[in-house]
Design a protein around this ligand. Structure first.
Ligand SMILES: Cc1ncc(COP(=O)(O)O)c(C=O)c1O
Length: 474
């Protein structure tokens, strides 16, 4: 296929060249209707590219994308990976059906369970006691779940995690296929994986049946650009399109499509070189940070730990606990003192997402800031919250997520022993600590309240202060 072509970008350009005037949407008429203030901030070019009929070029751009990454089909979406996950889940499961789901999932997976009315069998991630983080489950865990629950009709995993540790997708896909069921992989951070051999194995090439990628997370898409990749023949791509049609907008943004189209062309032409340079820069940054007393940087030695089969070298995870501060505090310090925004801060570490767009100057600025932090750390603001082992935070799913979500509810100050009717997802990464239908225990309530006091952001709780919790009325 000719990867020099960019069908969506071409369609936008062509519309602008031709003597056409639209009396259809959008009403700003290629930006004529916007004022200088709006143009100064958003740029007139963005409005001039808002050519809605460019969507007719999307099927051709999707074919090119599929070819570039080795998928059977690619489907672009414009409401983020959240809508791609809803679509993928509604394609492989439905009311009353059972799906094996990684418990380390993004909240959009839980929302999909509620929409689909499906029953989850939870696949527990492996808890790394030494680093106090969750890694993906092992193939053996999947095998055991499939043995115990023959009613499972699909499986979903998130890999790599927000810390960059990945599952053995190939082995898990083989297991799923041995049972005749499709495997969905949330690979939100891996839009560039197919373009370089030293990145984690792209899930679509390892046998996954549907793969969801956010192209705005570590790649060249505008926010909300996402793609679903279909591999194998267990999923009917027509079903996928019908489910997307059910829930997505009828006015998708050409800007999203155009950026995806351009990203694919760039990656085919130069992706290997750009990613080689990004990997080299990340390696040099790690070497520099390894020399800084008080910082512990995750590296490839994490592979083989528990079930970690892959590791994303462009996720920079730095443990700052030896400095006597939390990752929340380090994150805040980096922003207020150095103007640097990190992807994540937790009780022990910060995580930065490094991409092909970061140059030497950017990484030098980050390294210098971390050296400063380690040399003169701020006084601890509060004692670091105790992170209980994951097993203590495992809650029993006593009601289907959909039934709990739509039940009669009430807000209570002491939820221990009660059934949750809300999602509570520390963000980032947005993995629910509690989800509808699970029974609250003491450990999770203490963990959330202590985390909140230490700086954890929890945007989705019914009561953002966590003074009360939303439970099913008994
Ligand atoms: C692993 C994972 N999956 C899915 C999503 C949802 O992606 P989006 O924000 O593009 O809707 C996120 C977002 O943070 C994520 O981290």
């Amino acid at each position: 296929m000719d990867h020099e072509t960019t069908p969506v970008l071409d369609a936008i350009e062509q519309f602008r060249r031709e003597d056409q005037y639209t009396f259809a949407l959008p009403g700003h008429r290629l930006g004529r209707g916007i004022d200088e203030r709006t143009a100064a901030v958003l740029s007139r070019g963005a409005f001039e590219a808002d050519v809605i009929n460019a969507k007719t070029a999307v099927p051709q751009a999707e074919e090119l994308f599929a070819d570039a990454v080795g998928a059977r089909q690619a489907v672009f979406t414009t409401c983020g990976s959240s809508i791609s996950i809803h679509t993928a889940m509604l394609t492989v499961t439905g009311p009353g059906r059972t799906i094996l789901v990684d418990r380390n999932v993004h909240k959009s997976v839980v929302a999909s369970l509620i929409l689909a009315g499906a029953h989850p069998v939870w696949l527990r991630p492996r808890w790394d006691h030494e680093n106090q983080i969750a890694h993906p489950a092992a193939a053996a865990d999947v095998a055991e779940a499939l043995r115990h629950h023959p009613e499972i009709s699909a499986a979903l995993m998130i890999t790599p995690t927000e810390y960059g540790t990945g599952a053995d997708v190939r082995a898990i896909a083989e297991l799923c296929h041995g049972h005749g069921i499709p495997l969905l992989v949330d690979e939100a951070w891996g839009g560039h994986f197919p373009f370089h051999p030293d990145m984690p194995t792209a899930a679509v090439r390892a046998g996954a049946d549907i793969v969801v990628q956010s192209l705005h997370k570590a790649d060249g898409g505008f926010c909300q650009s996402s793609v679903m990749l279909v591999g194998g023949d267990l999923v009917d791509p027509v079903d996928l399109r019908l489910r997307l049609d059910l829930i997505t907008t009828t006015s998708p943004s050409p800007l999203m499509f155009g950026a995806i189209d351009g990203f694919r062309r760039r990656m085919v032409r130069e992706g290997r070189q750009l990613l080689t340079e990004a990997l080299e820069r990340a390696g040099r940054l790690r070497e520099r940070l390894d020399r800084v007393k008080g910082l512990e940087v995750m590296d490839s030695s994490i592979i083989g730990h528990d079930a970690v089969a892959e590791w994303d070298p462009l996720k920079l995870s730095v443990d700052v606990s030896a400095l006597g501060i939390t990752g929340y505090q380090a994150r805040e310090w980096l922003e207020s003192e150095c103007g640097l925004i990190t992807q994540l801060g937790d009780s022990r570490r910060i995580v930065c997402s490094l991409t092909y767009a970061d140059d030497d100057a950017a990484l030098d600025r980050l390294a210098t800031a971390l050296e400063r932090l380690a040399g003169d750390p701020p006084a601890p603001e509060s004692p670091p919250p105790a992170v209980p082992p994951l097993e203590e935070l495992n809650l029993d799913q006593v009601l289907n997520p959909r039934d709990a979500y739509f039940a009669q509810t009430e807000q209570v100050a002491d939820p221990v022993g009660r059934i949750a009717a809300e999602m509570i997802s520390p963000y980032p990464p947005g993995v629910p600590a509690v989800l509808p239908g699970e029974r609250f225990n003491e450990a999770v309530v203490t963990y959330l309240r202590a985390g909140k006091a230490a700086g954890m952001t929890i945007p989705d709780a019914a009561d953002p202060e966590l003074k009360t919790f939303r439970v099913v009325r008994e």
